[in-house]
Design a protein around this ligand. Structure first.
Ligand code: ADP
Length: 480
């Protein structure tokens, strides 16, 4: 992969960072160094913001059709380059290349969707209380957007923010996660090929604290869109108060996955395998607490374990289902949670160990793990896991399971399986989550508003709602 460009993209030009410092990037599957990338800092962030600010007047005033054509062109180019983008992602992030390609194409869909939505940012005419007045409500792009993205979905978390922002007429500065800068660079290569006007989309990679602080302090940034940890999200929200910046946050989750006694157990087991081991458990919507009715616990567990045995683990460049964890810190956190649960009385049904032999020796591999008898006092019941661990808890009635499912400060994704319509409606009403999969374990759809309640965040991404966060209202009161 010597053809990987590793520079910043500011004002339509590939550029070096101000500092000559570089940081090494490692392949989590092998532990090998892939390359080094520039350590951009405050001044680079400032230049990028400046470029976005200067580009805003012209971009925000282009016809919606014109912006739509750019977005459609980007979609076509991502699709045409999907294999290349997927390989880059697997190299730096670890997920199997088939899964990486799925993410790239899903990420591309946001450009397709918002190329259409760009043309439908409509206003309103509201009848006034006086006959000689008309109230017009128009919608305007908010201004320069700073987007901070995570490593678990290195491509789609950028496109899910950028596509609606550009559709709305905003200009953008992106700061990707330090673990996955190459996927961001590869996307920006495509934006350049699509001929986006200079300054409309800028990329700054490097020191997160410095770049983040410039986003917060610079008055030219009017909106921060963040996906990442709850701790960093809270800091950004608090600091944004100083200039009353608009903030969207997609933070941690602690998803309950409930299997009621009348559920289709095969479908639930299949759904749980997909949901739990997608991206090796490193998603904010992965099942973190699996509640199974006591009457079907044994039967469901047998079905789940049977499917678990088919999971293959290894370097994502090969045809495997699951790759490595992102880095040593992630592995250590999983180990700690499992050890804590075992110390407090959980039972280990499967896994529970690092994989260290043969091809696993130099990468970050952990065996798919199943725990039963998980209780409220264990860290795994309280904290997001972000790894391939399935903690099981039994329940005896609906009221009890809803109480346990809601017993968390998070409110992002939740899931339940039942065949009963009345149970479906009652439980859906009572779960305190932004998203609920019912007999379904996938939630990331381009048409749907993705996001959470409580401490999982604010704002929605995707669908018609996803563009709202990049717009302001302006109301005109016309007297005639
Ligand atoms: P994780 O622990 O899963 O990596 P983070 O919240 O640390 O989650 O990372 C998500 C994104 O936030 C990354 O792009 C990271 O570089 C960025 N980030 C981390 N700390 C800060 C900060 N103080 N200000 C701005 N961005 C930050």
């Amino acid at each position: 992969m010597t053809d990987i460009r590793n520079q910043l993209f500011i004002n339509g030009t590939w550029t070096e960072a101000q500092s000559s410092l570089r940081s090494a990037l490692f392949n989590p599957a092998t532990g090998e160094q892939i390359t080094t990338v520039p350590m951009g800092g405050r001044e680079d962030a400032q230049s990028a913001i400046e470029a976005a600010y200067d580009a805003f007047p012209a971009w925000s005033q282009t016809a919606a059709e014109e912006r739509s054509v750019y977005l459609r062109r980007i979609y076509d180019l991502i699709v045409a380059n999907a294999d290349h983008l997927a390989e880059i992602m697997t190299l730096e992030q670890g997920k199997p290349v088939k899964e990486a390609k799925g993410e790239v194409l899903w990420g591309a869909d946001f450009f397709l969707w918002y190329s259409e939505e760009a043309k439908r940012i409509n206003g309103e005419i509201i009848p006034s209380s006086r006959t000689t007045q008309r109230i017009l409500v128009q919608r305007y792009p908010i201004g320069v957007v700073a987007a901070i993205t995570p490593w678990n979905f290195p491509s789609s978390m950028i496109t899910r923010k950028l596509a609606p922002a550009l559709a709305a007429g905003c200009t953008v500065v992106v700061k990707p996660a330090p673990e996955t800068p190459l996927s961001a660079i590869a996307l920006f290569d495509i934006f350049a090929q699509a001929g986006l006007p200079q300054g409309v989309a800028n990329l700054v990679i490097g020191n997160a604290q410095e770049i983040g602080q410039e986003f917060l302090d610079n008055e030219k940034v009017r909106k921060i869109s963040f996906t990442g940890s709850t701790a960093v999200g809270k800091y950004l929200l608090e600091q944004s108060a100083k200039q009353v910046k608009k903030v969207s946050l997609e933070l941690g989750g602690h998803a309950p996955f409930i299997v009621f006694a009348d559920a289709d157990l095969d479908a639930a087991a299949e759904g749980l395998i997909y949901n739990k081991f997608q991206n090796n458990g490193q998603t904010c919507i992965c099942a973190n607490r699996i509640f199974v009715h006591e009457s079907i616990q044994a039967e469901f567990m047998d079905k789940f374990i049977a499917k678990l045995k088919d999971i293959t683990i290894g370097n994502g460049m090969r045809d495997v289902n699951v790759g490595p964890l992102i880095h040593e810190r992630a592995l250590a956190k999983v180990e700690d949670q499992v050890q804590d649960a075992l110390d407090k009385g959980a039972k280990l049904i499967s896994g529970g160990v690092r994989l260290t032999e043969g091809e696993y020796a130099t990468g970050c591999y952990y065996a798919p793990t199943v725990l039963t008898g998980v209780t409220r006092d264990m860290h795994i019941f309280q904290e997001e896991t972000f790894g391939p661990v399935a903690p099981f808890i039994t329940f005896s009635n609906e009221e009890e399971v809803i109480r346990m499912a809601n017993d968390t400060p998070y409110g992002l994704a939740s899931y339940f399986y039942t065949r009963d319509l009345a149970t479906t409606m009652r439980v859906a009403d009572k779960l305190e989550y932004g998203m609920i999969g019912i007999n379904e374990s996938a939630l990331g759809y381009v048409q749907a508003p993705f996001g959470g309640v409580k401490q999982s965040g604010t704002g929605r991404e995707g669908g018609q709602h996803g563009v709202d966060d990049f717009l302001e209202y302006k109301y005109l009161n016309i007297n005639f």
